[in-house]
Write a protein that binds this ligand. Structure first.
Ligand SMILES: [Zn+2]
Ligand SMILES: [Zn+2]
Length: 315
């Protein structure tokens, strides 16, 4: 299996590209229009989702102001892009996972009929489900970093330069169908029911919101038990020693030798060396299919790979 270059090329060797055009282009306007239309459709059709996001806004914005890891505007660059991800992607991911489960059922339907989960003592079934969720999520996430084709999709998530609760939504739906499928398909084939899937979705949604939040809160005892912002921010860090670390929960990463959380330190900045468009929902969804994603170079760039320049910590 080929792996993602590790560590990535040093930024200093890269050639800066030409400046961005300062007037709107036709394609830029068209993409902006499509993104705005998607956002409006989502706002009109996903009433519950909109209320949910409003509630999350009221919870996380004061929390991020009170305990900010770094000063950051609420309406920062990429706000609308990430809001669109949060509102639209759930629908695409749910459809994608359902298709993946149906396809997986074709050769393995006999396994579902055995109802292994139902035959187990309840406590054992809970432990088995938890193990599948935690280990499945870990390896699926790790593969998205190591397999170049999967990394093209997952690099959209790693293009986040401003970590906050809203950024947790920036995930390519195909990336999420792969990661969720790695958990849901084994659970389904072993006979687990909809309540377990519902619990898994709620657990991962809340965890994702919390671990991306821009909050400097340390949890002395639980920092090695559950995913905290301190833990997951290192996963997004540009610091060389943090590359390809912290894929799952701390316990599972410890088990597989990929845990990294130095005491008393915080990442120097977030982002990726891939040329993922920093804003634009449609552009980010299209990115994995572009030549830029295959070659690691932005269009129109000569020489070394173009780089999305990450923001750095202001301290
Ligand atoms: Zn990742
Ligand atoms: Zn993340």
């Amino acid at each position: 299996m080929s792996t993602r270059p590790f560590p990535p090329a040093a930024p200093s060797t890269r050639t800066p590209g030409p400046p961005e055009p300062d007037r709107p282009t036709f394609s830029g306007l068209a993409i902006g229009f499509v993104t705005a239309a998607l956002l409006v459709i989502a706002l009109l059709t996903r009433g519950a989702g909109v209320i949910g996001i409003a509630v999350l806004f009221l919870i996380f914005v004061p929390m991020e102001k009170l305990f900010a890891f770094r000063p950051q505007k609420v309406f920062r660059r990429g706000f609308l892009t990430d809001l669109t991800h949060l509102l639209v992607n759930n629908v695409l991911i749910t459809v994608g996972v359902l298709v993946a489960v149906v396809v997986a059922m074709i050769p393995f339907f006999w396994l579902r009929h055995l109802d292994i989960a139902g035959a187990l003592p309840p406590a054992t079934a809970v432990v088995l489900a938890a193990a599948i969720v935690l280990v499945g999520q870990y390896w699926a996430h790790r593969l998205t970093h190591q397999v170049p084709l999967l990394w093209r999709f997952h690099s959209v998530h790693h293009s986040i330069e401003n970590m906050d609760w809203l950024a947790s939504g920036r995930l390519h739906p195909i990336d999420q169908v792969f990661t969720h499928g790695a958990v849901v398909i084994p659970l389904y084939l072993l006979g687990f029911n909809g309540n377990v899937f519902g619990g898994v979705v709620v657990f991962f949604t809340l965890l994702a919101l919390f671990q991306h939040a821009n909050v400097r809160i340390r949890f002395p005892v639980v920092r090695w038990v559950i995913n905290t912002p301190e833990w997951h921010h290192w996963h997004h860090a540009l610091d060389r020693e943090a590359i390809n670390k912290n894929f799952g929960t701390p316990v599972i990463d410890k088990l597989f030798g990929t845990a990294y959380m130095p005491r008393g330190q915080w990442p120097s900045g977030f982002g990726t060396t891939e040329p993922v468009p920093p804003v634009g929902y449609v552009r980010q969804l299209a990115y994995p299919f572009t030549k830029a994603a295959r070659t690691g170079r932005a269009s129109g760039q000569e020489g070394d790979a173009a780089r999305v320049v990450p923001s750095t910590v202001q301290s």
